[in-house]
Unconditional design. Sequence first.
Length: 512
Amino acid sequence: MPKIADTAPSAPPGTDPGRWKALVFIALAQLMVVLDATIVNIALPSAQRDLGISDGNRQWVITAYALAFGGLLLFGGRVADLWGRKRAFVVGLAGFAAASALGGAANSEVMMLGARALQGAFGALLAPAALSLLAVTFTDAKERAKAFGIFGAIAGGGGAVGLILGGFLTEYLNWRWTFFVNIPFAVVAAVGAYLVVREPAGGRNRSALDVPGVVLSTLGLVALVYGFTRAESEGWGDTGTVGLFAGSAVLLLAFVLTEARVKSPLLPLRVLADRDRGGVYLSLGLAVIAMFGLFLFLTYYLQVVEGYSPVRTGFAFLPMIVGMITGSTQIGARLMTRVPPRLLMAPGFLTAAVGMLLLTRLEIGTSYAGLILPAQLLLGLGMGTAFMPAMSLATQGVDPKDAGVASAMVNTSQQVGGAIGTALLNTIAASATTAYLVDHAAGATTPAARRLLQLQGMVEGYAAAIWWAVGILAVSAVIAFVFLTPGKPENGAAAGSGADAGDEVRVPVLAH
């Protein structure tokens, strides 16, 4: 990883001298939010047993977080623009820590679900505040590349870190520590941010809050995320599922029409109208569909089919983390100021697709070193290379007053992509598994043969879904190459300052 230093010789005058220290605490908070998306998955069976949560309700431990987080992201981004990113960041950390303490101390199903919803709500405030702080703190092109390289590696690899940490805590301590572990993360990040983080003065959006926009966007996104969650369990043709999708479409259309008419919109449509940002949101959301599917299937393959323990499963994802860190900090960060973003994102997604393609060859007893390890390295390298310029480009050139909602859209595309990936790819895998079992059931006449058939059916299902993930990553590469405009950022440009190419670059005035 690049060395984090307090000073940089090429820094423009007036730049915050503590910006690299600030990056440490911003990145720490981002790691906490990202790993929380997977760390609880490994602890869920133990928590379900201790709290007496039924099989039908256990999904709500995951869903309550996803709905609150996904539904409130745009609102959280707007609050960060209104309050100031530093204040929103510290409040988000404090709230997330309190909600985590509540979850770790839960003694009932209701208490657990409430804690997860609170985690999601404060995460929706924290995540866009963190990314927008990064966007307004690092404005020099070279420094921005290094900072976003580190941030992108964490955003991409945090889910895999969650699997390792979750496995270790669950196996050797207690499932409650998958919640309690957030508290030291949050305390260190909050204290550090309060002491170190600064943001440019005059960057707040003090316009009146767009209440209709808040209501419509929150309800629309909640309906969309819940629709995909319900589709996984109840089926795509279920009346409730279809109703949720239809309601979401109506609500989000009404939201867009409202934003085009109100004086101070929650999400200014100019943020979405930019061709580069639109391409980033779309390609990144699609790529996350593939990534979430991989985490799900590879975790089940290693634990159920190959018999790995939770800790061993977590460590099995290390090559992907190494690949993401390398791709983000050593490839993306080094090349971002030298080549156009589309020539990083498109090849990155294609490299990840090749890694995913290798995993379509999974069988019972597949060699980890011979297939799974190189596939993960390619996936990590590709996604790390693509994620870093994507996050930077999504917030580059945005008016500082819109930095929060622009950052929230990055998180929203990832959250919706994750919901789609889990539901869509799991449905494809289940259908393929069922078809395989029906076709081969006659040959399984003993308990051992039936057990083997079940495992073979699962692997066939995973392979079928992974083929779809390969195609989705290829589409992401095409979108990145076609939508993103040619050109590369000029060294020293104030990315994210909102200045056009011909405008004078203004040095931000830093305020406590």
